[in-house]
Design a protein around this ligand. Structure first.
Ligand SMILES: Nc1ncnc2c1ncn2[C@@H]1O[C@H](COP(=O)(O)OP(=O)(O)OP(=O)(O)O)[C@@H](O)[C@H]1O
Ligand SMILES: [Mg+2]
Length: 264
Protein backbone atom coordinates (compact mmCIF):
# COMPACT_ATOMS: atom_id res chain seq x y z
CA UNK A 1 0.00 0.00 0.00
CA UNK A 2 1.34 3.40 -0.99
CA UNK A 3 -0.09 6.74 0.10
CA UNK A 4 1.35 9.82 -1.54
CA UNK A 5 0.82 13.40 -0.40
CA UNK A 6 -2.73 12.74 0.76
CA UNK A 7 -4.87 15.79 1.45
CA UNK A 8 -8.28 15.97 3.04
CA UNK A 9 -10.21 19.02 4.19
CA UNK A 10 -13.38 19.25 6.24
CA UNK A 11 -14.73 22.74 5.60
CA UNK A 12 -11.78 25.00 6.35
CA UNK A 13 -10.06 22.42 8.53
CA UNK A 14 -7.15 20.63 6.89
CA UNK A 15 -7.45 17.16 8.42
CA UNK A 16 -4.71 15.64 6.25
CA UNK A 17 -2.03 17.99 5.04
CA UNK A 18 0.12 15.94 2.69
CA UNK A 19 0.54 12.53 4.28
CA UNK A 20 2.78 9.95 2.63
CA UNK A 21 3.15 6.39 3.81
CA UNK A 22 4.29 3.06 2.44
CA UNK A 23 3.43 -0.32 3.83
CA UNK A 24 5.22 -3.29 2.34
CA UNK A 25 3.87 -6.80 2.02
CA UNK A 26 3.64 -8.43 5.46
CA UNK A 27 4.62 -5.24 7.20
CA UNK A 28 2.84 -3.88 10.28
CA UNK A 29 2.77 -0.10 10.68
CA UNK A 30 1.39 1.62 13.76
CA UNK A 31 -0.06 5.13 13.53
CA UNK A 32 0.03 7.15 16.72
CA UNK A 33 -0.65 10.77 17.58
CA UNK A 34 -2.83 13.07 19.64
CA UNK A 35 -6.59 13.29 19.28
CA UNK A 36 -7.60 15.17 16.16
CA UNK A 37 -4.28 14.61 14.38
CA UNK A 38 -5.98 12.86 11.45
CA UNK A 39 -5.33 9.17 12.20
CA UNK A 40 -8.90 8.02 11.62
CA UNK A 41 -9.24 10.27 8.60
CA UNK A 42 -6.14 8.65 7.12
CA UNK A 43 -7.42 5.08 7.40
CA UNK A 44 -10.94 6.10 6.39
CA UNK A 45 -9.52 7.69 3.24
CA UNK A 46 -7.52 4.52 2.55
CA UNK A 47 -10.68 2.49 2.82
CA UNK A 48 -12.44 5.03 0.55
CA UNK A 49 -15.00 5.92 3.19
CA UNK A 50 -14.00 9.55 2.64
CA UNK A 51 -13.34 11.39 -0.60
CA UNK A 52 -9.90 12.95 -0.92
CA UNK A 53 -8.86 16.44 -2.01
CA UNK A 54 -5.39 15.61 -3.23
CA UNK A 55 -2.68 13.02 -3.46
CA UNK A 56 -3.00 9.38 -4.45
CA UNK A 57 -3.20 5.91 -2.97
CA UNK A 58 -2.18 2.61 -4.53
CA UNK A 59 -2.87 -0.95 -3.50
CA UNK A 60 -0.68 -3.54 -5.22
CA UNK A 61 0.27 -0.82 -7.67
CA UNK A 62 -3.34 -0.05 -8.59
CA UNK A 63 -4.57 3.52 -8.15
CA UNK A 64 -7.44 3.63 -5.65
CA UNK A 65 -10.67 5.46 -6.43
CA UNK A 66 -9.65 6.93 -9.79
CA UNK A 67 -8.73 5.92 -13.29
CA UNK A 68 -6.84 7.86 -15.94
CA UNK A 69 -9.11 8.92 -18.76
CA UNK A 70 -7.84 11.09 -21.65
CA UNK A 71 -5.09 12.52 -19.53
CA UNK A 72 -7.38 13.27 -16.57
CA UNK A 73 -8.25 11.36 -13.46
CA UNK A 74 -11.87 10.33 -13.21
CA UNK A 75 -13.54 8.82 -10.14
CA UNK A 76 -14.17 5.11 -10.54
CA UNK A 77 -17.73 3.88 -10.65
CA UNK A 78 -19.11 2.67 -7.30
CA UNK A 79 -18.87 -0.97 -8.36
CA UNK A 80 -15.11 -0.68 -8.94
CA UNK A 81 -14.64 1.24 -5.68
CA UNK A 82 -16.52 -1.51 -3.83
CA UNK A 83 -14.26 -4.14 -5.39
CA UNK A 84 -11.15 -2.22 -4.30
CA UNK A 85 -12.59 -1.76 -0.84
CA UNK A 86 -13.08 -5.50 -0.45
CA UNK A 87 -9.35 -5.97 -0.84
CA UNK A 88 -8.98 -4.22 2.50
CA UNK A 89 -10.41 -5.24 5.83
CA UNK A 90 -11.29 -2.50 8.27
CA UNK A 91 -11.90 -2.81 11.99
CA UNK A 92 -13.37 0.14 13.86
CA UNK A 93 -13.42 1.16 17.47
CA UNK A 94 -17.16 0.36 17.52
CA UNK A 95 -17.60 -3.14 16.22
CA UNK A 96 -20.60 -2.45 13.96
CA UNK A 97 -21.91 -6.00 13.97
CA UNK A 98 -25.53 -6.56 12.99
CA UNK A 99 -27.16 -7.14 16.37
CA UNK A 100 -30.12 -9.13 15.09
CA UNK A 101 -27.99 -11.64 13.20
CA UNK A 102 -26.06 -14.52 14.69
CA UNK A 103 -22.28 -14.30 14.77
CA UNK A 104 -22.18 -16.83 11.95
CA UNK A 105 -24.55 -14.85 9.76
CA UNK A 106 -22.54 -11.69 10.40
CA UNK A 107 -19.66 -13.56 8.77
CA UNK A 108 -21.47 -15.36 5.96
CA UNK A 109 -23.89 -12.73 4.67
CA UNK A 110 -21.44 -10.63 2.66
CA UNK A 111 -19.67 -13.71 1.32
CA UNK A 112 -22.91 -15.05 -0.12
CA UNK A 113 -24.59 -11.78 -1.12
CA UNK A 114 -21.57 -9.91 -2.43
CA UNK A 115 -19.10 -12.56 -3.45
CA UNK A 116 -21.62 -15.14 -4.57
CA UNK A 117 -19.89 -17.87 -2.58
CA UNK A 118 -22.02 -20.99 -2.08
CA UNK A 119 -23.44 -20.90 1.45
CA UNK A 120 -21.69 -24.13 2.51
CA UNK A 121 -18.36 -22.69 1.53
CA UNK A 122 -19.17 -19.39 3.27
CA UNK A 123 -20.00 -21.26 6.47
CA UNK A 124 -16.76 -23.22 6.31
CA UNK A 125 -14.76 -20.06 5.82
CA UNK A 126 -16.66 -18.35 8.66
CA UNK A 127 -16.01 -21.24 11.04
CA UNK A 128 -12.35 -21.33 10.08
CA UNK A 129 -12.05 -17.62 10.89
CA UNK A 130 -14.02 -17.92 14.12
CA UNK A 131 -11.65 -20.65 15.19
CA UNK A 132 -8.76 -18.39 14.37
CA UNK A 133 -10.08 -15.72 16.75
CA UNK A 134 -11.01 -18.36 19.34
CA UNK A 135 -14.79 -18.04 19.08
CA UNK A 136 -16.02 -21.06 17.16
CA UNK A 137 -18.30 -22.00 20.04
CA UNK A 138 -20.10 -18.64 19.77
CA UNK A 139 -21.11 -19.06 16.13
CA UNK A 140 -24.82 -19.26 16.91
CA UNK A 141 -24.96 -16.53 19.55
CA UNK A 142 -26.20 -13.02 18.92
CA UNK A 143 -23.52 -10.35 19.23
CA UNK A 144 -25.25 -8.63 22.16
CA UNK A 145 -24.69 -11.75 24.23
CA UNK A 146 -20.94 -11.48 23.75
CA UNK A 147 -18.49 -9.34 25.67
CA UNK A 148 -17.00 -6.30 23.96
CA UNK A 149 -13.73 -8.14 23.46
CA UNK A 150 -15.51 -11.09 21.89
CA UNK A 151 -17.55 -8.79 19.64
CA UNK A 152 -14.38 -7.11 18.46
CA UNK A 153 -12.81 -10.50 17.71
CA UNK A 154 -15.90 -11.34 15.63
CA UNK A 155 -15.51 -7.99 13.84
CA UNK A 156 -11.90 -8.91 13.03
CA UNK A 157 -13.00 -12.31 11.69
CA UNK A 158 -15.65 -10.57 9.61
CA UNK A 159 -13.08 -8.18 8.14
CA UNK A 160 -11.04 -11.24 7.12
CA UNK A 161 -13.78 -12.98 5.12
CA UNK A 162 -12.95 -11.09 1.94
CA UNK A 163 -9.34 -12.34 2.27
CA UNK A 164 -8.03 -8.78 2.29
CA UNK A 165 -4.56 -7.81 1.12
CA UNK A 166 -4.30 -5.39 4.02
CA UNK A 167 -6.05 -4.87 7.34
CA UNK A 168 -6.77 -1.39 8.68
CA UNK A 169 -7.42 -1.06 12.40
CA UNK A 170 -8.72 2.17 13.91
CA UNK A 171 -8.20 1.95 17.66
CA UNK A 172 -9.64 -1.55 17.89
CA UNK A 173 -9.34 -1.67 21.68
CA UNK A 174 -10.19 1.82 22.85
CA UNK A 175 -13.91 1.14 23.39
CA UNK A 176 -13.13 -1.90 25.56
CA UNK A 177 -12.91 -2.34 29.29
CA UNK A 178 -9.23 -2.68 30.23
CA UNK A 179 -9.52 -6.37 31.10
CA UNK A 180 -10.79 -7.15 27.56
CA UNK A 181 -8.02 -5.36 25.69
CA UNK A 182 -5.48 -8.17 25.76
CA UNK A 183 -7.66 -10.81 24.10
CA UNK A 184 -8.16 -8.50 21.12
CA UNK A 185 -4.51 -7.46 20.96
CA UNK A 186 -3.51 -11.10 20.99
CA UNK A 187 -5.68 -11.76 17.91
CA UNK A 188 -4.07 -8.79 16.16
CA UNK A 189 -0.64 -10.05 17.20
CA UNK A 190 -1.40 -13.50 15.73
CA UNK A 191 -2.41 -11.89 12.45
CA UNK A 192 0.87 -9.99 12.40
CA UNK A 193 2.84 -13.16 13.04
CA UNK A 194 0.86 -14.83 10.26
CA UNK A 195 2.25 -12.28 7.83
CA UNK A 196 -0.82 -10.07 7.38
CA UNK A 197 -0.07 -6.58 6.11
CA UNK A 198 -1.56 -4.12 8.59
CA UNK A 199 -1.96 -0.50 9.56
CA UNK A 200 -2.94 -0.07 13.17
CA UNK A 201 -4.07 3.21 14.68
CA UNK A 202 -3.62 2.71 18.38
CA UNK A 203 -3.05 4.27 21.75
CA UNK A 204 -1.55 1.02 23.05
CA UNK A 205 2.04 2.16 22.94
CA UNK A 206 3.75 -0.95 24.25
CA UNK A 207 1.74 -3.08 21.83
CA UNK A 208 2.71 -0.83 18.93
CA UNK A 209 6.35 -1.00 19.93
CA UNK A 210 6.23 -4.79 20.15
CA UNK A 211 4.14 -5.71 17.10
CA UNK A 212 4.66 -2.95 14.55
CA UNK A 213 7.93 -2.95 12.67
CA UNK A 214 7.43 0.68 11.84
CA UNK A 215 5.57 3.51 13.44
CA UNK A 216 4.26 6.83 12.18
CA UNK A 217 3.63 9.76 14.52
CA UNK A 218 1.05 12.25 13.26
CA UNK A 219 0.14 15.69 14.43
CA UNK A 220 -2.16 18.28 12.84
CA UNK A 221 -2.65 16.24 9.69
CA UNK A 222 1.04 15.66 9.03
CA UNK A 223 3.56 12.93 9.66
CA UNK A 224 5.96 14.45 12.15
CA UNK A 225 8.22 11.45 12.64
CA UNK A 226 8.35 7.89 11.35
CA UNK A 227 10.75 5.02 11.55
CA UNK A 228 11.45 1.64 13.11
CA UNK A 229 9.14 1.31 16.12
CA UNK A 230 11.91 0.53 18.58
CA UNK A 231 13.89 3.62 17.55
CA UNK A 232 10.86 5.82 17.51
CA UNK A 233 9.66 4.81 20.96
CA UNK A 234 13.06 4.51 22.60
CA UNK A 235 14.78 7.48 20.94
CA UNK A 236 12.19 9.95 19.68
CA UNK A 237 13.95 12.82 17.93
CA UNK A 238 11.25 15.47 17.55
CA UNK A 239 10.29 17.41 20.68
CA UNK A 240 6.61 16.88 19.75
CA UNK A 241 6.93 13.11 19.87
CA UNK A 242 9.01 13.27 23.03
CA UNK A 243 6.28 15.30 24.70
CA UNK A 244 3.55 13.00 23.39
CA UNK A 245 5.27 9.84 24.61
CA UNK A 246 6.17 11.19 28.03
CA UNK A 247 2.60 12.29 28.62
CA UNK A 248 1.45 8.93 27.44
CA UNK A 249 3.75 6.92 29.63
CA UNK A 250 2.55 8.81 32.67
CA UNK A 251 -1.11 8.21 31.73
CA UNK A 252 -0.41 4.58 30.97
CA UNK A 253 1.19 3.93 34.32
CA UNK A 254 -1.55 5.85 36.01
CA UNK A 255 -4.27 3.75 34.37
CA UNK A 256 -2.53 0.41 34.62
CA UNK A 257 -0.99 -0.17 38.01
CA UNK A 258 0.27 -3.60 36.87
CA UNK A 259 2.76 -1.94 34.58
CA UNK A 260 4.46 -0.28 37.52
CA UNK A 261 6.74 -3.30 37.60
CA UNK A 262 8.50 -1.99 34.54
CA UNK A 263 9.18 1.37 36.17
CA UNK A 264 12.60 2.02 37.70
N1 LIG B 1 -16.74 14.14 9.19
C1 LIG B 1 -16.04 15.19 9.65
N2 LIG B 1 -16.50 16.44 9.53
C2 LIG B 1 -15.80 17.50 9.98
N3 LIG B 1 -14.62 17.40 10.60
C3 LIG B 1 -14.10 16.17 10.78
C4 LIG B 1 -14.79 15.01 10.31
N4 LIG B 1 -14.04 13.92 10.62
C5 LIG B 1 -12.94 14.40 11.24
N5 LIG B 1 -12.97 15.75 11.33
C6 LIG B 1 -11.94 16.60 11.93
O1 LIG B 1 -10.68 16.25 11.36
C7 LIG B 1 -9.66 16.24 12.35
C8 LIG B 1 -9.01 14.87 12.38
O2 LIG B 1 -9.94 13.95 12.90
P1 LIG B 1 -9.61 12.42 13.10
O3 LIG B 1 -10.86 11.76 13.53
O4 LIG B 1 -8.95 11.90 11.87
O5 LIG B 1 -8.56 12.48 14.29
P2 LIG B 1 -7.89 11.28 15.11
O6 LIG B 1 -6.42 11.46 15.03
O7 LIG B 1 -8.45 10.00 14.64
O8 LIG B 1 -8.35 11.60 16.61
P3 LIG B 1 -8.75 10.57 17.82
O9 LIG B 1 -7.46 10.12 18.44
O10 LIG B 1 -9.53 11.44 18.75
O11 LIG B 1 -9.55 9.46 17.23
C9 LIG B 1 -10.32 16.63 13.65
O12 LIG B 1 -10.11 17.99 13.88
C10 LIG B 1 -11.78 16.34 13.42
O13 LIG B 1 -12.59 17.19 14.17
MG1 LIG C 1 -9.64 8.54 15.52
Amino acid sequence: MVVRDLRKRFGDHQALDGVSLEVGEGEVVAVIGPSGSGKSTLVRCMHQLESIDGGAMYLDGELLGYAAHRGHLRPLPDRRVAAQRRRMGMVFQQFNLFPHWSVLRNLTEAQVAVHGRPSGEAREEAMRLLERVGLAEKAHEHPRRLSGGQQQRVAIARALVTRPRIMLFDEPTSALDPELVDEVLSVVRDLAHGGMTMIIVTHEMSFAREVAGRCVFMEKGRVVESGASRDLFDHPTSPRLQAFLSRFNRDDVHERPLEKESMP
